[in-house]
Design a binder for this molecule. Structure first.
Ligand code: 5GP
Length: 140
């Protein structure tokens, strides 16, 4: 797949954006279709289509910048009362732009944002079984 998406154009200044932060590795800009006012995307400058392709050090940097932006969303006129991080990895997870990015979503009372889910209550044996399977796959 072509590693260049609209985010590369934004990073290179070839497409318009409202930038919030930039350094050698990472760029952060306002989401063009915010789910709440102040919704920011944090993006590595080197394109990686998915988490599996992302240099873990760069992943750490995304999180660090996300932390700083979260604090700024609370301290700025956005006046966030809380913040959600969201990252969609893969079509099934809702990824639409195939250049890894961290959503930093400010939360205020009554903002209408939420995740739909139906939590279950599995037996401990089932949790242990899957934990073992995941542990076994960690170093593969
Ligand atoms: P995903 O579903 O891949 O996690 O999220 C992609 C995000 O990129 C969406 O929230 C969408 O609004 C945002 N987006 C798509 N195209 C553009 C664009 O051209 N500029 C900006 N700033 N955001 C974009």
């Amino acid at each position: 797949m072509n590693p260049y998406t609209i985010f590369t154009e934004i990073i290179n200044g070839q497409a318009p954006s409202s930038k919030v932060y930039e350094d050698d590795d990472v760029c952060a800009f306002m989401d063009i279709r915010p789910v709440t006012p102040g919704h920011v995307l944090v993006v590595p400058k080197i394109p990686a289509e998915s988490l599996a392709d992302l240099d873990p050090a760069l992943g750490g940097k995304l999180f660090q910048v996300g932390q700083r932006i979260a604090a700024a969303l609370r301290a700025s006129e956005v006046a966030a009362h809380g913040v959600n991080f969201f990252l969609a990895d893969g079509v099934m997870a809702g990824q639409e732009v195939f250049h890894v990015h961290l959503h930093v979503i400010p939360r205020t009372p009554g903002d209408g944002f939420g995740l739909r889910a139906r939590p279950t209550s599995p037996k401990r044996a089932d949790l242990d079984y899957l934990a073992g399977s995941i542990r076994g796959a960690l170093d593969r």
